[in-house]
Design a protein around this ligand. Structure first.
Ligand code: ADP
Ligand code: MG
Length: 311
């Protein structure tokens, strides 16, 4: 089977951990243990988050006295693809001797007139006191908004339209190459008024990009791997109840938070609706069981989908 997995940002850097390279490489090696088992019997495409890593590099860049202005977000996104892509590349090569592994720097096309550009909503980087935030906004042309007691930079999160390098990725996957790509949702680009690709200051949701890429690469299964075993109803309340198997129709009838489970649910629903294939959300270390349908939240087009006979 052809499987596309979207690896959560916190699989690489758990909440509260120091962002040292050694800490992240240790997490990557744990993640790759699970991924390598999947790669043994399947064609595998791996996408990953970059939220915490973007925060670290943006802060470094903002504090660098040699720079006239901090590196823009598209460039920092590319830096994280290089860094995380390298860690995954090497760990996968070590875990899968004899297999070809590629880590691709790549872009995601968004619409230049996406309404998100008029209404930035995605918080990035550190928090500031109001006066400091307004000074930085003036200096760098940022938009800043209140985030609880503090103020923070916000950037647009436009909808991914297409991974620019889709045809190249298709070739790699067909050749049996384990392919790491679309890190951080892909570097956001628009096609400008002269028809040329141009980076933009935005953050594309990685789960939504993974979903359209899974469709474009004709994956049989799309898996969102994170740190909870299943999607839950009434999450975080005494009535909490894990969902083992569901359909897009039933999942869309529930409400999930925008900053975390919401985009994952949207991403899996969209994939199942457009392809009629299977998607799932669950824990990274249960990836193999999820593929067999015995762990995670498995999403199929209808309730009587013959899971066991197809897998
Ligand atoms: P990732 O880095 O993997 O993208 P996120 O933090 O964005 O992870 O999303 C996963 C988190 O979503 C879980 O750790 C959990 O705290 C939260 N979450 C919110 N709503 C739900 C829900 N209904 N069921 C399960 N987890 C949920
Ligand atoms: Mg997330």
């Amino acid at each position: 089977m052809r499987v596309l997995v979207a690896l959560g940002g916190n699989a690489l850097l758990r909440r509260g951990q120091s962002p040292d390279a050694a800490v992240q490489r240790e997490n990557v090696s744990v993640a790759v243990t699970a991924l390598a088992r999947l790669a043994e019997n399947n064609e595998l495409i791996i996408t990953h988050g970059n939220g915490p890593q973007v925060g670290v590099l943006a802060l470094e860049s903002a504090g660098d006295a040699n720079l006239t202005r901090p590196y823009p977000l598209d460039t920092i996104g590319a830096e994280t693809q290089g860094m995380i892509g390298y860690w995954l590349l090497q760990a996968l090569q070590n875990a899968l001797p004899g297999r070809q592994v590629a880590s691709v720097i790549n872009q995601t096309l968004v619409s230049a007139v996406d309404p998100a550009f008029e209404d930035p909503t995605k918080f990035v980087g550190q928090v500031y006191e109001r006066a400091e935030a307004e000074k930085l906004a003036e200096e760098y042309g940022w938009t800043v908004k209140r985030d609880g007691r503090y103020w923070r930079r916000v950037v647009p999160s436009p909808a991914p339209q297409r991974v620019v390098e889709t045809r190249l990725l298709r070739r790699l996957v067909r050749d049996g190459v384990v392919t790491v790509c679309a890190g951080g949702g892909g570097i956001p680009v628009i096609r400008n008024d002269r028809g040329r690709l141009q980076g933009v200051e935005a953050v594309v949701d990685k789960d939504l990009t993974a979903s359209i890429l899974a469709e474009a690469l004709e994956a049989d299964v799309f898996m969102v791997l994170t740190d909870v075993p299943r999607v839950a109803r009434h999450f975080g309340t005494p009535r909490e109840e894990e969902i083992a198997h569901t359909t897009p129709h039933r999942l869309r009838a529930e409400h999930f938070p925008a900053g975390s489970m919401g985009p994952k649910v949207e991403a899996v629903c969209r994939f199942v609706e457009t392809t009629g294939d299977m998607a799932a959300i669950g824990r990274l270390d249960e990836a193999e069981q999820i593929l067999r349908g015995t762990a995670g939240t498995v999403v199929t087009p209808n309730a009587t989908w013959p899971l066991a006979s197809t897998l």
